[in-house]
Design a protein around this ligand. Structure first.
Ligand code: CA
Length: 228
């Protein structure tokens, strides 16, 4: 996650650009997305340290985007709304945003809030109880021991296979493209072959198949997801 990188998901381009400029003055780099789907994709690709999220957006609204980001991350999210009534509704939904601002607002005030949230977020102690064990259906994945247990029986997975399984387990029901999976498991800088993703998926599936676990699904034309 990049602290100085801020994702602005806002379909009013002019407003998004003004915010980008104000943030730039403070040394932040902003990535702009103009609809909900694009915003979610950008989030998953650039891993920003902060998200400014409009509520009324084309394709996928800000509420849904917020929920989906929360499944995978506790990044600070500040929601923008055109109407205060709309905001009340969103707050009552408890979707996990950190702050709410109603338009029109002063860009300077907004930047100040972003900075305050980032300071608070950074100063948080690493959460205790951050469990490094995942229960995924009938599997128990322990990141500390790189161990996969099925009904107390230990299954053999290589390190990379485990990483992939753990990644999917951490993001149940979310679809990832081969490129996204590759980046997660091997990293952007590693020079390799995207096709190895399919090879690893196949191996993981074969191992799970022995126990009748059909957890990794292909989403044709898109990628893969884990469902239990
Ligand atoms: Ca809007």
């Amino acid at each position: 996650m990049e602290d100085r990188l801020i994702l602005i998901i806002e379909d009013e381009r002019e407003l998004a650009e003004i915010l980008r400029d104000y943030l730039a003055v403070e040394g932040f780099k902003a990535i702009l997305a103009f609809d909900g789907e694009e915003g979610l994709r950008a989030f998953e690709t650039v891993h920003p340290g902060f998200v400014l999220l409009d509520i009324m957006l084309p394709k996928m609204d800000g509420i849904e985007v917020c929920k989906r980001i929360r499944i995978q991350s506790d990044v600070p999210i500040l929601m923008l709304s055109a109407k205060s009534g709309e905001m009340d509704k969103v707050i009552s939904l408890g979707i996990g945003a950190d702050d709410y601002v109603t338009k029109p607002f002063s860009p300077l005030e907004l930047v100040a809030r972003v900075k305050a949230h980032l300071r608070r977020y950074r100063s948080q102690e690493p959460k205790e109880n951050t469990s490094r064990t995942l229960i995924v259906g009938k599997l128990k994945l322990s990141k500390d021991y790189y161990e996969v247990l099925y009904e107390d029986k230990k299954l053999e997975f290589t390190t990379k296979e485990f990483d992939m399984l753990y990644f999917f387990g951490n993001h149940l029901n979310l679809v990832f493209s081969k490129e996204q999976i590759y980046e997660q498991i091997w990293g952007m800088n590693e020079y390799g072959d995207i096709s190895s993703v399919a090879t690893y998926i196949k191996r993981i599936r074969n191992k799970l198949d022995e126990y009748g676990l059909d957890y990794i699904r292909t989403v044709w034309g898109v990628g893969y997801k884990m469902t239990v």
